[in-house]
Ligand binder design. Structure first.
Ligand code: NDP
Length: 335
């Protein structure tokens, strides 16, 4: 349960685990609701914006103090009054951070067709973050073979996939991450050409000059702040920046200023933001494209699974300290 609006850094104590009486495990007579047994819950950086009162930076509705937190997840249909969902089917989409959820408006639930892959993947590679990486890279970045690509927050849910999509396109790819362990994973598991620990670099501009002596063609922006400033200095003429998110800013009351935007003009850089919500209608097509890559082991994927609802607040807060190694999710129940 979300306790109250947050200012500054979100903490575990901003949420609490509450036990209530057993709910009736049936949808109300005559309703079109869907009753879910939640299996996996997704921890996503945008949830921090939903905790700020009247945050104009967030793209989703605010959480209400005292109400159950909502977010993306995977569940099994226990009962349904909706013609599109049947008992026993698996779905992904927006659900509650609770064991059972009654979804009264199932427009944001999507049926899972392929169940021969781990269902937890629908919180990540086959769900919202996967589609984000795919659309953001292939469409917003307009990549070409051989181009120089930089990805920040590269070992996370979105970043690990962007880097691999770029490698599959034949690009040179460098990622930044916040620990040596993550740097090692980027190079040896996800196949990035190079990676660096931004926390150990006293001068981000110098680090980028080292890895991109000829400049950057594509920057996949996940963090914002000082990284964006350093990147702007290193972009090539007619390069592209896909603004996916700015996780370094989400716990700040006011976003930091960016100093080097003038390079958008002088280097003719195209910088474009996007929201995956606008692309959900393409999810089925996306899954059909990605599943063969997973089965043929052309794409590697890493999850960080917290066990049980009690661990959910710590798992969510951990995103902002970089404690997650790979896609952070919470296991609520066995499949
Ligand atoms: P991640 O799995 O990458 O988790 C967040 C990571 O961000 C942490 O692991 C940490 O990694 C890094 N981080 C946290 N705080 C900072 C900081 N102050 N400075 C630099 N890095 C930091 O999250 P996702 O892959 O789910 O999301 C990545 C980005 O994509 C976010 O900005 C998110 O908001 C955005 N997003 C946008 C969508 C859209 O539609 N536009 C949809 C989904 C996500 P490290 O150890 O490397 O610091």
């Amino acid at each position: 349960v979300f306790k109250d609006y947050v200012t500054g850094v979100v903490e575990e104590s901003d949420m609490e685990v509450v036990t209530t009486d057993t709910v009736q495990l049936k949808v109300p007579e005559g309703s079109t609701a869907v009753l879910l047994r939640n299996l996996y819950l997704s921890c996503d950086p945008h949830m921090r914006a939903q905790m700020t009162k009247n945050d104009r930076r967030g793209a989703m509705h605010n959480f209400l103090p005292g109400s159950v937190i909502s977010g993306f997840g995977v569940g099994k249909v226990l009962d349904s009054g909706h013609p599109d969902f049947k008992t026993g089917e698996y779905v992904w989409g927006v659900t509650g951070w609770e064991e059972y959820s009654l979804i009264r408006a199932p427009e944001t639930l999507f049926k899972i067709k392929h169940t021969d892959v781990p269902l937890s993947y629908y919180t990540g590679i086959l769900g919202m973050p996967g589609l984000t990486a795919f659309v953001g890279f292939h469409e917003i970045c307009s990549p070409k073979k051989g181009e120089y690509v930089f990805v920040s927050a590269a070992s996370g849910a979105v970043g690990q996939l962007v880097g691999q999509f770029a490698k599959l396109m034949g690009c040179y790819v460098v990622g930044s991450a916040g620990s040596d362990e993550k740097v090692n994973i980027l190079k040896n598991k996800f196949g990035f050409d190079e990676a660096f620990n931004y926390k150990k670099e006293p001068d981000l501009n110098a680090a980028l000059e080292r890895f991109f002596p000829e400049g950057i063609d594509i920057y996949y922006e996940n963090v914002g702040g000082s990284m964006l400033d350093a990147v702007l200095l290193n972009m090539r003429e007619h390069s592209r920046i896909a603004v996916c998110g700015m996780v370094s800013q989400y716990n700040l009351e006011r976003s930091e200023g960016v100093h080097n935007l003038i390079f958008l003009v002088t280097k003719r850089i195209e910088m474009k933001g996007f929201n995956v919500i606008d692309h959900f209608h393409r999810h089925s097509q996306f899954v059909e494209t990605i599943i063969p890559h997973i089965k043929d082991r052309k794409i590697a994927y890493m999850e960080d699974k917290a066990q049980g609802l009690d661990s959910a607040p710590a798992a969510l807060v951990g995103l902002f300290a970089g404690r997650n190694v790979g896609k952070q999710l919470v296991v609520v129940a066995d499949e």
